[in-house]
Design a protein around this ligand. Structure first.
Ligand code: UT7
Length: 310
């Protein structure tokens, strides 16, 4: 029994905040943000929308896309560091709002690597036949923990949601291999007190090393090589970090997903949002080998090699 993606959806809030808008608010420039991060604009949710509202919209689309009804979901996993409140979990809120009557529900806290942790957790339940359908939602409303006085972090983040429904797929399809990891000694480099705090340079060094290594490791575990990769979907934190991962896999530009310019860093939502956009653009096809890789506060990291299709 293999676990794969059978439905996918995304939602981003309508309000666009450009680099020029930020120039008016703080001591920064469009030029600095573009060249150091690749970000041009991001989406910010209004006061009327919390994390669960963003997640619900992405989840509904994923279920529609899979043609599976909420009553059939066995488990809901929500990867987020910006829940509406510490508890009840966002997953429980979605359980009610979706009407997922038989679903178990919990949040996963692994920051920007959370979506990878969620997918790998889902895979275990599906491949042991304990559960058939697991909904994984990566969602953040980072704007509510952003310090708008701190130019080191405020220019980087955005709000958004992505969701996948995972279930059994044909032999040779779905998740082929994975790697998850953590290093709590680096927790001091990226954390929340009231707002997000970050030592950008330390996180940058860690990310460049980890994204490349984890990508190579999942290929090795699947018995595949760099030449087999059709598409890389890296966590969208910074174009320079993403580029380092792409170069490590020796992939041409067009084989890497890039949405960071439009949405900034949406943490746990960035990988599924990017995946939806590539699918909609017709770039991911049945049978393609996809490598997804993320890193984040914790420190945490995770990567998956997946053969697209049901
Ligand atoms: O999902 C995980 C989340 N975190 C990350 O992915 C962050 C990883 N780190 C990074 O992406 C980069 O380190 C940053 C984009 C955060 C910073 O880029 P950098 O090339 O590492 O710049 P830096 O921290 O070395 O700072 C260079 C200069 C500093 O000025 P001085 O000390 O050289 O005079 C900063 O004060 O740029 C200054 N600076 C800014 N200037 C204009 C920092 N932020 C800004 C800003 N606008 N927004």
């Amino acid at each position: 029994m293999n676990a794969g993606i059978i439905g996918i959806g995304r939602y981003v809030p309508e309000q666009v905040v450009t680099n020029l808008d930020l120039e008016k608010r703080m001591d920064t420039s469009d030029e600095w943000i573009r060249t150091r991060t690749g970000i041009e604009e991001r989406r910010i949710a209004g006061d009327d929308m919390d994390t669960s509202d963003l997640g619900l919209r992405a989840a509904q689309k994923a279920l529609e896309n899979a043609n599976v009804s909420p009553e059939e979901i066995d488990m809901i996993l929500v990867a987020t560091v910006t829940p509406d409140q510490p508890f009840p979990s966002v997953a429980c809120m979605l359980q009610e709002k979706l009407g997922a009557k038989k679903a178990a529900a919990m949040d996963v806290s692994a920051a920007c690597a959370g979506f990878m942790y969620g997918m790998v957790t889902a895979k275990q339940f599906i491949e042991t036949s304990a559960y058939k359908y697991v909904l994984i939602v990566g969602v953040e409303k980072l704007s509510k923990i952003t310090d708008w006085e701190d130019r080191n972090t405020a220019v980087l983040f955005g709000d958004g949601a992505g969701a996948v429904l995972m279930g059994p797929v044909a032999d040779g399809k779905g998740v082929l291999s994975f790697e998850l990891g953590s290093d709590g000694s680096g927790g001091k480099y990226l954390y929340q007190d009231t707002n997000i705090r970050m030592n950008g340079r330390e996180v940058f060094k860690f990310a460049v090393r980890q994204m490349g290594e984890s990508s190579v490791n999942v290929l090795e575990k699947a018995g595949l090589s760099k030449e087999d990769v059709d598409f890389l979907i890296p966590h969208q934190a910074n174009i320079r970090i993403m580029e380092a991962a792409r170069q490590r896999l020796e992939l041409p530009l067009e084989k890497m997903s890039k949405t960071v310019h439009k949405y900034g860093n949406t943490s746990a939502a960035s990988i599924p949002i990017s995946m939806v956009e590539e699918l909609e653009a017709g770039k991911i096809k049945d049978g393609d080998l996809i490598v997804m890789v993320g890193f984040g506060g914790g420190l945490t990291w995770g990567a998956i090699a997946l053969r697209w299709g049901r």
